[in-house]
Design a binder for this molecule. Sequence first.
Ligand code: GLA
Length: 740
Amino acid sequence: MANANISFDDKQNVFHLSNRQISYLIQIEEGGLLSHLYFGKKITKYHGSRHYPRLDRGFSPNLAGEPHQTDRSYSKDTLLQEYGGYNTGDFRQAAIKIQGANGAQASDFRFQSFKIVNGKPHLDRLPQAYVLSEDEAKTLIINLVDSTLNAQVSLYYTIYNDRPVVARSTKITNLSQQSINIEKIASMQLDLPASDLEIISLPGAHVRERQMERQIVRQGVTEFSSHRGTSSHHMNPFVVLVTPNTTENEGEAVGVQLVYSGNHQFTIERDYVEQTRVLSGINEDGFDWQLNADDDFQTPEALLVYSDEGLNGMSQAYHHLLRERVARGKYQYAERPIVINNWEATYFDFNAEKIQEILDEASPLGIEMFVLDDGWFGKRDDDDSSLGDWFEYATKLQSGGGLVGLSDKVHEKGMKFGLWFEPEMISKNSDLYRQHPDYILGMPNRDLTPSRDQYVLDFSRPEVVDNIFQQVVNILDNVKIDYIKWDMNRHLTEVYSAALSPERQGEVGHRYMLGVYDLADRLTKRYPDILFEGCSGGGGRFDAGMLYFFPQSWTSDNTDPVERLKIQYGTTLSYPVSSMTAHVSASPNHQTGRQTSLAMRGDVATAGVFGYELNLAKLSLEEKSEIKDQVTFYKQHRSLIQYGNFYRIKSPFKNNETAWEFISEDKTEVLLFNYRVLSTAQPVFTVTKMSHLKSDGIYVDQRTDEHYSGDELMSIGLYNTPIKQADFTSAVRYFKWQAE
Ligand code: GLA
């Protein structure tokens, strides 16, 4: 039933967006300033309790112009606002910075009009949350105008039925006859009244993505951002504001997720009266957009979630939203195939025989798809050549009939066939570079910074995107391919386009992203049957923007199960399990050198979108039989793992033990995963308390036939007795519910 509602109270001048879970309140203040009142648990009716107090504070300037200039109690300096301007009396971080035609850097946008529409307007060329029908959401559009600049800012707020989500974005339109420069334009601003807050972010690195960090919000400015041209391993475009007592299942949390894969900026500022401002959008660093007369600019979207049921409550809202209203296409809800990828088995050193060996081993084990990774194109035998040459390396797989022959063999075995691409890159040693040296992203008269011996293509230029599109099409139209791994293995430097004028160079970073989205859009539309997996040296572009095009992403190049516990735990803070791929690899692990049991490697990888990345031909018979069991287990539980509700129980960031659970929507099926990293001579019998179960009826452990009530499992919990005395152990329990 439609329950998203947006009302405007013209006596109080208050907008109220609400559904059954949340309310968002905005007030038009004197002089047309837009103030933020509230975002949180649903309020039935607002009467004015959050009206911002007026006070004459020293050094808080007042509003310019008649009639407010004489009111010394009214200032932008501390007012909680929806979208703060620059250089006009609000000294905190601005949501928007504009340079006018005369060079003046100032902005002051005031209320002008509003509109409420059914559904959710489509954001041109950008990834976004969508609606399936007009009656599942309502959108408030508030227009603000800076009359000096003669520019209009439109703030978009979408509220869905039955989701604790507000989707926000901003559009600026230049109504003047001259061009203006956008130096910064946030997607959203959220100003919160004085209170103790903490912030959780997902920093990391290559092979160490999305580590959860929690810190106190202190006076001053804290930034979580990427300057790397991509959302990056180093700082995911996502933060959560929590109260100090918020835990996984209790307390308040407000999440901010940017649906964008380029440079991002999350600014958290605690001001001198302990209020907090949160800004999120494209990173202002390196960004400068020339907006001509009558042009507009649309920001990426930010997805805000409110939870009063702790972090798990917030994650649930994101998992459902990202899975149901950001991811798209044939595989959105489809069970994803179990993969064998040859990368860690062979790296570049493969031929038809070696691949055949892997295939012969894979299919009897029940593995469903073979993915040929890097090295099949151009003359690629190492990572220093051929990017940009998306034609088959003629001699490499020749004895097996080339790519077509390989694809046939894979399909004859009843498996699917996948292929690796890195569309955004160019090697200097490539035909593409020899033909089009200007296609490279780089500055004239400056040496270009290499990374992995490769360079970035100038995807801000449509003809470069077209060239790559055509090359990829030539492969896909000639070889039967069921899956593509779309990689991106370096970050952007010397960001400059030979095709843009000097005044427009600040646009290149964002135009690059629009080019990437355009290519992803064209390929996914032309090949709707292909499953796409995003990748960037592992999880370097694991964000909601890419998820709009590719329903899954390679989580990390780090496949060590101990380190994966943290990486996967952190990833689930915002992203659904159906998007998170996880493979069993060889031991000792290639990234850490650690030796772990095949059982634990399996128990970590089966908690994601599952696969293998090792040389199956080198395994013992026992190992193969264990793999067969893992594959059988995964097929039995795949839909629960990929599409059930996932809850974190014990954090690897705090404990020697990790636990999480998967619960079916009707709560009748439950998988509980427990992991212990290090063993102790005197085993400690810790307890795992489950959550989110039914409290009536009985949960039956399917292996032992032991019976437990749901509240018993939740309030008392189960002992974790070690299965054996060793490091790196794990246990999985499967429960089915029955009425008493
Ligand atoms: C990246 C990916 C790996 C592999 C290599 C190939 O690092 O994350 O999985 O595809 O590139 O070069």
